[in-house]
Structures are given as structure tokens and as C-alpha cells.
Write a protein that binds this ligand. Structure first.
Ligand SMILES: [Zn+2]
Length: 240
């Protein structure tokens, strides 16, 4: 091969980045691009992030090509969102085995609990003792948006930058369940969709359904730990 004449390249089997190229149908190599920004991918991102899966549930995780900036594998935001998801996942009637496995997988548990629930306060609702904490929604939304981008990119090879995220669990309490509030229209829209569920390697940890007539009209329903439901859909910009 021509490059064997080059002493630098000859010392390598292939250029280091060769793995980031695919052979397209035309036979020409095509560069893999980041699922989020479209720059040349240098790594792979798990969708959802691997740390949301306990040890023993990671055999069939999916990945998308990613640049270094959009690889969230170790980001603090993901750790934060994991704490929120796990705290609410305890509500699920079937989620105890996965919850326990997660707790065994997280080796810095005290740190996570203290940063996630910094302002945890006991409160009383209609005579029941419970607890309240505030959720950093922009932070949580960033993590869900990254998951939505990755799943959407994988399904349609289409980059959508902006997503709306809605988590009904954040707007519910025992006493408010029977009252209407400003989030009811969102709940209703999310509830009437006909979701088609994608196969999942670990449905007790994560699965998702998608509804919508076209990629641009997708509505995703993400189910974490068999209990936590979060919806995401592409943010409708003018002219789209
Ligand atoms: Zn990127």
C-alpha cells in the first residue's frame, strides 16, 4: 500500500482514528459524526449513560458516536440526575431489585445523597410525614436532552439540538393528585400518544417508547427503573 512508504504510518496497522470511519453503501469511508453537534466523533457515548445501569445489567447497552465534549459518561450532571431518578424510582412496585443493585454499584453513595438532596426537608402533607427537596430542573433536563438526542440520532440519523422535557413525577403529590394544575395539558398530550416500545436489553433499568407521525413530531417516553417516566419531544422552532 502507498502509505507503507511513509515510515510513521508504516509503524501502525491503521491510522488511530480508523475505527471512527464506516464504509457507507457507496464503498467510500464516511466519517462518524457526533450525535449532538456533528463534529468528528472521537469516542462513543452510551445512551442512556452507562452509570445509570447497575453492574450485571450492562450487557446490551447502546452507543452513539460522540465528540469528547458531548460524552457525558462521567459528568456531574449525570450523577446528579441518577440521584434524582433513583430517589423517585423507589416508588415503583417492582423496582426494588434494580434499586438495590444500583446502590451496590454506586461506591460513593454518601457523596451522591448529600449533593442530590442538599436541601432535603421533612414536611407534612395532610397529616402524613414525608420529605421534600428541590430539583435542579435545568441540570436534570440537560441529561434527559442528551439521552433524547442520542436515541433520536440512532433511530433517524438526525440531530435535534433542542428538546422539551417533562417529568410528571415532579409535579405530583398525594394531595394534589385530584386537583387540576397548569401541567395537565402536558400530561394529557403525553398520555394519549400511541407509543411503540423499542427492544431493551434491560427493561427493568431503562426502556423507551416513541410516538409521532414523523421524526420531527416524535414524542419519547423514557421509563427509568420501571417507575420513573420522563417525556421528551423536539422543541418546535419557527420554520420547522
Ligand atoms: Zn459533540
Amino acid at each position: 500500500m502507498a502509505r507503507a512508504a511513509n515510515p510513521v504510518l508504516a509503524s501502525h496497522e491503521e491510522p488511530p482514528s480508523a475505527k471512527m470511519f464506516d464504509m457507507a453503501d457507496s464503498g467510500k469511508p464516511t466519517r462518524k459524526l457526533c450525535y449532538a453537534c456533528g463534529r468528528v466523533a472521537t469516542t462513543k457515548e452510551h445512551v442512556p449513560p452507562q452509570c445509570l445501569f447497575p453492574t450485571g445489567y450492562r450487557s446490551q447497552l447502546v452507543t452513539v458516536p460522540s465528540c469528547a465534549e458531548h460524552n457525558n459518561a462521567n459528568s456531574k450532571d449525570v450523577e446528579y440526575a441518577r440521584g434524582i431518578l433513583l430517589s423517585l424510582a423507589q416508588l415503583g412496585p417492582n423496582s426494588k431489585p434494580v434499586f438495590d443493585a444500583m446502590m451496590r454499584s454506586i461506591d460513593r453513595r454518601p457523596h451522591i445523597v448529600s449533593t442530590t438532596f442538599r436541601d432535603l426537608q421533612p414536611i407534612e402533607i395532610e397529616g402524613h410525614q414525608t420529605a421534600a427537596f428541590s430539583v435542579d430542573l435545568p441540570r436534570f433536563d440537560r441529561v434527559i436532552t442528551a439521552i433524547a438526542r442520542g436515541i433520536h440520532y440512532r433511530a433517524f440519523n438526525e440531530k435535534r439540538r433542542d428538546w422539551d422535557v417533562f417529568c410528571p413525577h415532579f409535579y405530583q403529590s398525594e394531595s394534589a393528585a385530584s386537583k387540576r394544575d397548569s401541567y395537565d395539558p402536558l400530561r394529557e398530550v403525553a398520555a394519549i400518544q400511541k407509543y411503540v416500545y423499542a427492544p431493551s436489553g434491560a427493561p427493568e433499568v431503562f426502556c423507551y417508547g416513541r410516538a409521532g407521525e414523523s421524526p420531527a413530531r416524535s414524542v419519547y417516553q423514557f421509563v427509568f427503573y420501571d417507575a420513573m417516566i420522563v417525556f421528551a419531544w423536539p422543541y418546535a422552532r419557527h420554520g420547522r
